[in-house]
Design a protein around this ligand. Structure first.
Ligand code: NA7
Length: 480
């Protein structure tokens, strides 16, 4: 998504650029994930590039396959495809001080040079398998949600799903209508936010096609944006009215939707709402009340040949086991080796936690820009919007290179250290740091995300503070 965005903008600017794609197809997350029920939890019309509205969405929330089609169509329309090199994983990129360029090595062994590198390699990309004993001994198929197996026994079969993040909840909702027996293994209960869901009729789509302003109206819908602002305020003000309102809506949803008191208690969260990513669902609570579905809250002891053995000794016999256990969210461009000035490795710079100045640039790594990089906003809103704002910021930095005013640009170490100090202090006080385990936390338990409001992010991205940057002119390095 972010790479296609950068490519569109670079092409419009008349730049000479190449997109290196490790797979044989574009699409990122939407290419990798193909599980039943895959849906984006951002309303479809808000989950597009601002400059490319889309009349074809089938429903208020889009299915993964539709989104994949949108990105591929958009890449075609904007003339990106001839610039993409598929099956071209970048294994390393090394800054060449003398030449002032990055030297990229591809998996094919080929070397390429570039004045600027944009790292748009995604966040939730490297599947995290659970540390459950005996996984290999399972006789049926066991696989991660992002490695969906088309030949897996699902219809009329006994299926287990481990994990109840957005992914596990979507899979269980979809499979509840297909499996003969479905066990949802939940280590921690989740907050479920009820959301509207409706189909767009052919007439509505036709109206959108004729008049894209109608789509713009939906994108600019005040209620939607107010909900985004409320949400980011809720994250940053853990005792404020916004988070209390979110908790109440979710608790009412639980209270009013789940009939069996025992099941209700199993599903009741015991930490603050939005501490983990809120689950948006209009039908999960119906799904878990289907007679063929069981919510399992006991601890898993191990996986055996026939199924999953619980600590209390019971065995769930299963044909298929889906591991919706999340991703290593701290990888970003890695495992690509990135060596900056003086051969310093990004892995070493990130030995405590991945970090970047305002989520975009890194001291010692000149002309290297990240989209959806570490410490950027994550939460229940569109990452496309976030990437567009980041691109606007990056573009202003690249302008200095384009104009010849600068040969290299990178943030100063002091500015970055100051940013991280302020960010970490603020992050600890966000709802993400209120005492739950989630992919929002770094290895030291500090929330890894943008800890301020959406408006603060938009302001920061509107114009880089150039005094925080080290700009190397043609011959000398100057502090601005
Ligand atoms: P998440 O949100 O990281 O969820 C992972 C789930 O897997 C979560 O329920 C975990 O329980 C559970 N999990 C992980 N390891 C285990 C083990 N060993 N045993 C039992 N349960 C386990 O990943 P998703 O793919 O659902 O969503 C990722 C993002 O994609 C989502 O936020 C959206 O942005 C899109 P836990 O809560 O840690 O107890």
């Amino acid at each position: 998504m972010a790479g296609i965005l950068a490519a569109i903008r670079l092409r419009q600017a008349g730049e000479d650029f190449t997109v290196f794609e490790k797979a044989g197809r574009l699409g990122g997350t939407w290419r990798e994930n193909r599980y039943p029920g895959l849906t984006c939890d951002v309303p479809a019309h808000a989950y597009t590039y601002s400059f490319e509205p889309y009349a074809e969405w089938d429903a208020y929330y889009a299915k993964g396959g539709e989104i994949q089609t949108y990105f591929e169509k958009t890449a075609e329309k904007y003339g990106i495809m001839p610039h993409v090199r598929f099956d071209s994983e970048v294994v390393s990129t090394v800054w060449d001080e003398g030449a002032g360029v990055w030297r990229l090595r591809l998996i094919t062994g080929e070397e390429v040079e570039a004045e600027v590198v944009i790292a748009a390699s995604g966040v939730l990309h490297h599947p995290k398998l659970p540390d459950i004993e005996g996984l290999d001994s399972f006789e049926g198929q066991a696989f991660h949600s992002a490695r969906w197996q088309d030949d897996a026994l699902v219809d009329g079969a006994r299926v287990g799903v481990v994990g109840n993040g957005s992914t596990g909840v979507q899979i269980v909702t979809a499979l509840s209508k297909r499996a003969s027996k479905l066990v949802h293994f939940q280590r921690s209960p989740q907050w479920i936010m009820p959301v509207p869901y409706f189909q767009y009729s052919e007439e509505e789509k036709e109206a959108f096609r004729r008049d894209p302003a109608l789509i713009e109206d939906i994108r600019n819908n005040k209620e939607y944006w107010d909900s985004i602002f409320r949400f980011t305020h809720a994250i940053t003000d853990t005792h404020g009215p916004e988070i209390a309102a979110i908790e109440q809506i979710c608790l009412d949803n639980l209270e009013n939707s789940i009939r069996d008191p025992e099941l209700k208690e199993k599903l009741r969260p015991n930490y603050r709402a939005a501490c983990k990513r809120l689950i948006y669902s209009w039908s999960y609570y119906d799904a878990v009340q289907s007679p063929n579905v069981e919510v399992e809250r006991n601890r898993i002891a191990r996986v055996e040949a026939k199924g999953v053995r619980m600590e209390d000794g019971r065995l769930h016999e299963l044909d298929t086991l889906v591991l919706a256990t999340g991703f290593h969210a701290d990888r970003f461009i890695r495992p690509t080796t990135v060596l900056g000035r003086g051969g310093v490795s990004l892995d070493d710079v990130w030995s405590v936690r991945p970090t970047a100045y305002y989520a975009v640039t890194i001291p010692g790594f000149p002309n290297f820009f990240m989209l959806n990089g570490p410490t950027g906003p994550v939460g229940n809103f569109s990452l496309i919007d976030i990437a567009e704002k980041q691109w606007a910021y990056v573009d202003q930095l690249i302008d200095l290179l384009r104009s010849g005013e600068a040969r290299t640009i990178e943030p100063s170490a002091d500015a970055h250290a100051d940013y991280e100090e302020r960010r970490i202090a603020a992050a600890r006080t966000t709802i993400f740091g209120s005492g739950c385990n989630s992919w929002y936390l770094d290895a030291t338990g500090v929330p890894a995300s943008w800890p301020w409001s959406y408006e603060a992010f938009a302001d920061a991205m509107a114009a880089p503070v150039l005094t925080d940057y080290r700009v190397e002119a043609a011959a000398e390095l100057v502090e601005r």
